[in-house]
Write a protein that binds this ligand. Structure first.
Ligand code: PLP
Length: 404
């Protein structure tokens, strides 16, 4: 008896995914191939401190281990365990956020963003996201079938938001705006004046502010980090934070959101968010017991981490300032720099060839969105000085051989 073997028909992915890009990991496939061939790659592409000489503070690891041993291994309440919620609320209050209406714990800021955008947007509506941006936002928007609406971060003004451009991009269907502060990929930390102006635009146009403050503990200069929610208790603000960056535990996938603003105004939206929180059961349970230990325990690791990052930022700036065809706005927070390239051709092509020839992995600026006609790359200054110097020498050599 013969069986005809039917050819498997390709299962196509949904067309709305066409515009989903995550440039930060795209070139990683090429890098992995090079590594398999025995090449040593200098990875300046991913914002994971644990890949370098940073370690999760032991006291927060102990808190998770204890929670596991104490049997805290079931599902948590959908909004999060009480112990973590209280600690997040207290931290928000310490940052001056008033009018707090709700707090919830998620699997990283990534899940909080997904849930908060999904709970807000109807077909035909949009939200303002920065350009250059952190690509999580446009990936979620693509999933929701929402058209992008980007506002410009102005390189000539230290990457502060261009407020005129922001105001011009508020349309009738615009529901919210995203402020990433400290910023990925630029490293900018916004001034009180800028934040007040953004809050005023939101107030006048009835926009929700999504304040992504995942890097709030990683401030490299003396200016304090200001939460935009603290400046505008009347405006609906969802402030995002988590353990991934300042508490050096990105693999635990613990983030949170604090909703502030007028109680009656935010209530229906908060109810919508909680429907989605319930539908996905809960965030990781034992890791939630690290939140209080992190926010209220010793903070010594922070001074050490910021000290290292400051030295590595300074090395990065010195390199940018002394290398022809490179320029860079000084990052003042997080661990990214976004240097401008004065070259011919696309920055994607540049970054790919750089990887193949010099084995240095950075991310092309076009992967974050950038002003037309400009070229950039994002580098991560998490590696130690010796590794950074080697990587930067490789880029300098490569720039010499790249046709202008
Ligand atoms: C601006 C920004 N928001 C959110 C995230 C994701 O954070 P989490 O690990 O909490 O999902 C990142 C990670 O790099 C980020 O840079």
């Amino acid at each position: 008896m013969t069986h005809e073997i039917a050819h498997a028909r390709e299962i196509l992915a949904a067309t709305r995914l066409e515009h989903v890009r995550y440039a930060i990991r795209d070139l990683a496939v090429v890098a992995e191939q090079l590594a398999r061939e025995g090449k040593k790659i200098l990875p300046l592409n991913i914002g994971d401190p644990l890949k370098f000489d940073f370690a999760t503070p032991p006291h927060i690891i102990d808190a998770v281990a204890k929670a596991m041993r104490d049997g805290k291994n079931g599902y948590a309440p959908s909004a999060g365990v009480e112990d973590a919620l209280e600690a997040v609320r207290a931290e928000a209050e310490r940052k001056g956020i008033g009018n707090i209406q709700n707090v919830f714990i998620t699997q990283g800021v990534s899940e909080a963003v997904d849930i908060c955008l999904t709970a807000l947007l109807n077909p035909g509506e949009n939200i303002l996201t920065p350009s250059p941006e952190y690509p999580l936002y446009s990936a979620v928007l693509a999933k929701l079938g929402v058209q992008p609406n980007a506002y410009t971060l102005d390189e000539s003004a230290g990457w502060e938001p261009d407020l005129d451009n922001l105001a011009r991009r508020i349309f009738s269907g615009t529901r919210a705006l995203v402020v990433i502060n400290p910023n990925n990929p630029t490293g900018a930390v916004y001034s009180r004046r800028t934040l007040e102006a953004i809050a005023e635009l939101a107030r006048r146009n009835q926009l929700v502010i999504f304040a992504d403050e995942i890097y709030d503990k990683l401030i490299l200069d003396s200016d304090p980090h200001i939460s935009i929610a603290a400046l505008a208790p009347d405006v609906p603000v969802v402030t995002f934070g988590g353990l991934s960056k300042g508490y050096l535990a990105p693999g635990w996938r613990i983030g949170w959101a604090v909703v502030s603003g007028d109680a009656a105004a935010v209530q229906p939206y908060v109810e919508g968010i909680h429907k989605l929180l319930r539908a996905r059961l809960s965030a990781n349970t034992p890791e939630q017991y690290a939140v209080r230990a992190a926010l209220e325990g010793p903070q010594d690791h922070l001074a050490a981490a910021v000290g290292k990052l400051r030295a590595r930022r300074d090395l990065t700036m010195k390199w940018c300032e002394t290398t022809p065809r490179l320029s860079c706005v000084k990052p003042r927070g997080a661990f990214y720099a976004f240097p401008k390239l004065d070259i011919e051709g696309g920055d994607d092509e540049f970054v790919r060839s750089l990887l193949l020839e010099k084995h240095v992995l950075v991310v092309h600026g076009s992967g974050f969105g950038q002003a037309p006609g400009t070229r950039h790359f994002r580098t991560v200054f998490l590696p130690d000085e010796a590794t950074l110097s080697r990587a930067y020498e490789g880029i300098t050599d490569f720039l010499h051989q790249w046709a202008k």
